[in-house]
Design a binder for this molecule. Structure first.
Ligand SMILES: [Zn+2]
Length: 343
């Protein structure tokens, strides 16, 4: 028995020197101290050892077993460390001690101006809401008085999803939900990202921003609409800006208007930016169509209101002098930083 044990220890040492993978270590462990391992079998034979040898043999077996256990653990640790080192060697290195040269980022001029406008409307008692970017066909069109047969649908080159929903083409897509949530007496502003399948050029983007506002109450008038618009423009351009309304046509308002502002760059004298007219087209607006109110569960005989949809990117471009809308969605930090400071 004693010879057997000593031989096993020798065998183990020899095998130990040859293993180099985790799998081989595990095989070695199973061969010696697994359920049917050589040392395990020896221990089962232990009862046949004569009583006078039991003490010595017992100690030997235990020592052998402990030696295998600790050797296996050591081998495993060593191999894991080697594997980790190999992995680290093969991966690209990052030198954390190199100085950072990129500097800090900057908010987009769009973000800065939106915050200013939001703050202004909040001070005038408006609640700010957010809209979904994926909307149902009902919310985007039907609920704002644009049924399937309406020609206005064709004017909005829409991204349709396979499930029949759409990437919202206008912030008005949130109107029905907002009117239902806030009820007939409300002032709500909801900025949002909109999407249309436009051919891209300096003034058209497939992803653009609008800021929409609705006011519903008893006896709301066009004069109220003009007041809020003038206040907003005064806040944005830090001076009084004249506005004018031209008749327009939008399915969700009746009457509908195009709101123009005196060109803030030439103060109405005429310049390249305003095509020498002295006016800049700023936002479609009007009194909310009774059908839209009715669809949102509001009685149009008792309540009325106005809505406006500010072409926000255009306002950012006027404010910054940026001549291409595509820059606003680009990631050119240098450029955005430069224009951001002009706001
Ligand atoms: Zn001008």
């Amino acid at each position: 028995m004693k010879e057997k044990i000593l031989q096993l220890i020798k065998d183990f040492e020899q095998r130990k020197a040859t293993v180099s993978t985790k799998e081989e270590v595990e095989a070695l462990r199973l061969d010696f101290i697994g359920k049917k391992g050589l040392i395990t079998l020896l221990m089962q034979d232990f009862r046949n050892v004569p009583a006078e040898e039991k003490r010595e043999i017992g100690m030997l077996i235990n020592e052998a077993k402990q030696n295998v256990e600790s050797s296996v653990a050591e081998l495993k640790e060593k191999i894991e460390e080697e594997e980790l080192n190999k992995k680290l060697e093969s991966e690209p290195r990052i030198d954390c001690t190199l100085p950072v040269k990129t500097g800090t980022g900057a908010l987009s001029p769009r973000t800065i101006l939106q915050k200013q406008i939001v703050d202004m409307f909040v001070s005038m008692g408006f609640t700010i809401e957010d809209g979904n970017e994926i909307e149902t066909e009902y919310n985007n069109f039907d609920a704002v008085n644009v049924p399937a047969s309406h020609p206005a649908r064709d004017m909005q080159d829409t991204f349709w999803l396979d499930n029949g929903e759409v990437l919202k083409t206008q912030t008005s897509a949130a109107q029905n939900r907002i009117l239902r949530t806030h009820g007939p007496k409300c002032r709500v502003l909801f900025p949002g990202r909109c999407f249309r399948n436009e051919s891209l050029d300096a003034t058209h983007e497939n992803t653009f921003f609008q800021i929409e506002g609705v006011v519903v109450d008893e006896n709301v008038s066009v004069a109220n609409l003009i007041y809020f618009m003038k206040e907003m423009l005064k806040g944005v351009f830090k001076k009084d800006v004249n506005v004018r309304l031209r008749p327009g046509f939008f399915p969700f308002t009746e009457p509908s208007f195009e709101l123009d502002a005196t060109c803030p760059l030439c103060a109405g004298k005429g310049c390249g930016a305003c095509s020498h007219t002295g006016w800049m087209e700023l936002c479609p607006c009007g009194m909310i169509h009774p059908n839209v109110l009715r669809e949102a569960g509001i009685d149009p005989d008792k309540y009325n209101g106005f809505a406006f949809g500010l072409g926000f990117d255009r306002l950012v471009m006027i404010k910054t002098g940026l001549d291409d809308i595509r820059h606003l969605n680009g990631g050119n930090v240098k450029l955005l930083k430069q224009y951001g400071t002009k706001i």
